[in-house]
Design a protein around this ligand. Structure first.
Ligand code: IMP
Ligand code: MG
Length: 178
C-alpha cells in the first residue's frame, strides 16, 4: 500500500499544496458561516469529485446545515450548450431552501451552468455555487460562481477529489500529471 502511494507521488507535480488548500477551505467556510448565519442551508455535493471538498468544508461549518449529493454525467455533442444526465438525484426536496452547490472543478462551465438551471427549476429559496478549482480561459464566463477556491491554468489536474481514469482522487493536494 505504502509502496503504491510512493509510485503515485512520483508521477505527479504539486500545483497547490495541502496547506494552501486547508487555508482556502477555512477562508471559504468563514464566508459561508457569515452568509447563512441564522438560516438553514442544504449543501449539494456533486459526486464523485466533490466528496473531499464537501467533507473538509463540513467540519468547518457552524450553521444549520444538511448534506445531499447528486451524480451527473455531462455530454458534449456538437451543440455548445451541452446536456447533463442525472445518474443519482437528490434525496431532499430543495424547494424554498437555501442551496449551495459544491463542485470540484470548472472547465468549460457547461456542467455547472446546466446543473444550476436544473436545480433552479425546483424553486429553491436561494442558490449559490462553490467551486474549488476554476480553469482560466477566454471563452468562459465563471461569473455564476459565488465562491471560488483557486484559479488554475488549463493543465489536466488530479488530486483533492479529481481523478484521471478513476485514480488519484485521494491525494491531499492538487497535482499535474508529469
Ligand atoms: P465542465 O463541464 O467542462 O466545466 O467540466 C467539469 C467536469 O469535468 C468536472 O466536474 C470534472 O469531472 C471534469 N474535469 C474537467 N477538468 C478536469 C481536470 O483537469 N481534472 C479532472 N477532471 C476534470
Ligand atoms: Mg465532476
Amino acid at each position: 500500500m505504502l509502496l503504491q502511494k510512493r509510485v503515485i507521488l512520483k508521477i505527479s507535480k504539486t500545483l497547490i499544496s495541502q496547506k494552501e488548500i486547508e487555508n482556502k477551505i477555512a477562508e471559504i467556510a468563514d464566508l459561508i458561516n457569515s452568509k447563512y448565519k441564522g438560516e438553514e442551508l442544504v449543501v449539494v455535493g456533486i459526486l464523485k469529485g466533490a466528496f473531499i471538498v464537501v467533507s473538509d468544508l463540513a467540519k468547518q461549518l457552524d450553521i444549520d446545515v444538511t448534506f445531499d449529493f447528486m451524480s451527473i454525467k455531462s455530454y458534449y455533442g456538437s451543440e455548445s450548450s451541452g446536456q447533463i444526465k442525472i445518474v443519482k438525484d437528490l434525496e431532499y426536496d430543495i424547494s424554498n431552501k437555501n442551496v449551495l452547490i459544491v463542485e470540484d472543478i470548472y472547465d468549460t462551465g457547461l456542467t455547472l451552468s446546466n446543473l444550476k438551471k436544473l436545480l433552479e427549476s425546483r424553486n429553491p429559496k436561494t442558490i449559490e455555487i462553490f467551486c474549488m478549482f476554476v480553469k482560466k480561459g477566454v471563452s468562459k464566463d465563471p461569473t455564476e460562481i459565488d465562491y471560488s477556491g483557486f484559479e488554475i491554468g488549463s493543465d489536466f489536474v488530479v488530486g483533492y477529489g479529481l481523478d484521471y481514469n478513476g485514480k488519484y482522487r485521494e491525494l491531499p493536494y492538487l497535482a499535474v500529471l508529469s
